[in-house]
Design a protein around this ligand. Structure first.
Ligand code: FAD
Length: 460
């Protein structure tokens, strides 16, 4: 019998923590988990899942608009924000309960309170004041949204934590940020009928994504009526009788019912007692781990956003699984961080896997690029001018497809499948030999034949 009360104590019942707890238990470990908010974590409670539900809600406006082109006449539409939020809340509660049932089924003891580390093998529960011993501790505390604390009037803004539970629909919203969360909310609120302004301090939104997709998305968002202001930030925010007024660099003022800050996230690593026991942090306050997710204190591991590796749910889940299999299942497993597919659920959406054109050039020097830009059948009859963009980046020397980038309807769904081919090292000739599925938008991926040349290149 071990000297410890548990073999594993997990702090944080989000994507990574729940997976690790469940798998460790399935390997025979005695496991407990502490959660200070709601079981399921960011993704389930106030991240991916509620966001995608709002994305679906926002896209009905396009369907209604396009329906006329297909012979439908619709009655006047109205939208009720409280009904949407109530439906979303019901689904989130259902999922939270399902997570709880899973933990119970795997006999993971749940402590619904904040926890911190007292020593390499002791955890302190804040509310009950209890101290618990465990052979191994896993930190899976995720991250939190950043705000500019020094900005005058910052107390008036909301973040992604609050946006899902606004009582009143914001008719006018200004969103600060240029990453995927900011752009997704810009599309969501625009689709639901808000007047949307996106303000971003950088030159172009969605840093790190392929430039063609970034340019295509900016063009479409603007054409749809979203105002995008680049290279400016808020200098102050004031509350007035009619809402909020934000002043931006240069002196322009922006009026809004809500101002949403989506300017990045930081790890929840401070205040957990970790520094005192020798767990190393990096300059961005993320917990430093090796490729087995082990920290500088051997009995303490960390997975997910708190380590700031790749901050996505499937990655946190894989890290939790690999940790539990390695430490409790006698199956040493490393997470493969190559070819992670990602999406931006704007409207139209982005799906992407592998290297951007620029990254591939930096990596391999010579690359071939294949691009197709077209209006889908649905867009044509719907009277929609928007073009879908598909792009393949191919390493010239080997003919291997090293990047697939799509801007258009269902991009995320298509890219998830393409990611298998990219991971398996498929060549452009494999794509070419794959029979097209007709009529579909995705068939463009296997029918792109002409190498794309930059204007200068073509003339040479
Ligand atoms: P989390 O899921 O954040 O879980 C951490 C848990 O720890 C939380 O429940 C927290 O309450 C708890 N906790 C913190 N400190 C303590 C403590 N001291 N004691 C007890 N409990 C504690 N990812 C995608 O892959 N796709 C998407 O579309 C996507 N959309 C997103 C949209 C938004 C708006 C946001 C904010 C995030 C989105 N993400 C998305 C990112 C995704 O949510 C995270 O990468 C993922 O949740 C990380 O999982 P985790 O286990 O590291 O942490």
């Amino acid at each position: 019998m071990s000297d410890f009360e548990y073999d594993l104590f997990v702090i944080g019942a989000g994507s990574g923590g729940v997976r690790a707890a469940r798998i460790a238990s399935s390997h025979g470990a005695r496991v407990a988990i502490a959660e200070e908010f709601r079981i399921g974590g960011t993704c389930v409670i106030r991240g991916c899942v509620p966001k995608k539900l709002l994305v679906y809600a926002s896209r009905f406006s396009d369907e209604f608009k396009d329906a006329g082109g297909f012979g439908w006449t619709l009655p006047e539409r109205t939208f009720d924000w409280p009904s949407l939020i109530a439906a979303k809340d019901k689904e989130i509660s259902r999922l939270e309960a399902a997570y709880r049932t899973t933990l119970d089924k795997y006999k993971v003891e749940v402590f619904p309170e904040r926890a911190m580390c007292l020593s390499p093998n002791e955890v302190r529960l804040s509310a009950s004041g209890r101290t618990i011993t465990a052979k191994t501790i896993l930190i899976a505390t995720g991250g939190h949204p950043n705000v500019d604390r020094k900005l005058p009037g910052i107390e008036h803004v909301i973040t992604s934590n609050e946006v899902f539970n606004l009582k009143k629909f914001p008719r006018r919203i200004v969103i600060a940020g240029g990453g995927y969360i900011a752009t997704e909310f810009a599309s969501i609120f625009h689709g639901l009928g808000s007047d949307v302004t996106l303000i971003y301090r950088g030159e172009k939104i969605l840093r790190g994504f392929d430039d063609d997709l970034r340019d295509g998305l900016v063009e479409t968002m603007k054409a749809r009526g979203i105002r995008i202001i680049n290279e400016k930030v808020f200098t102050k925010i004031e509350k007035t009788a009619s809402g909020l007024v934000g002043t931006i660099t240069g002196g322009e003022t922006l009026e809004a019912d809500q101002i949403l800050f989506a300017i990045g996230r930081s790890p929840n690593a401070r205040g957990l007692g970790l520094e005192a026991i020798g767990v190393q942090m990096d300059p961005e306050n993320a917990i430093v781990v090796d490729n087995h997710s082990q920290t500088t204190v051997p009995s303490i591991y960390a997975v997910g956003d708190v380590t700031n590796r790749v901050n996505l749910t499937p990655v946190a889940i894989r890290e939790g699984q690999a940790f539990a299999d390695s430490v409790f299942g006698n199956k040493p497993t490393l997470v493969d961080y190559t070819t992670i597919p990602t999406a931006v659920f704007t409207t139209p959406e982005i799906g992407t896997v592998g290297f951007t054109e620029q990254e591939a050039k930096n990596q391999y020097g010579d690359v071939h690029v294949y691009k197709g830009s077209f209006r889908t059948m649905k867009a044509i009859l719907g009277g929609r001018d928007e073009r879908t963009l598909m792009k393949l980046v191919v390493q010239s020397e080997t003919d291997r497809v090293v990047g697939v980038h799509i801007l258009g309807p269902d991009a995320a769904e298509i890219v998830q499948t393409a990611a298998i081919a990219v991971r398996l090292g498929a060549k452009k000739s494999d794509f070419d030999q794959t029979m097209a599925l007709h009529p579909s938008a995705a068939e463009e991926l296997v029918t792109l034949r002409e190498k794309w040349m930059a204007p200068g290149e073509a003339a040479a």
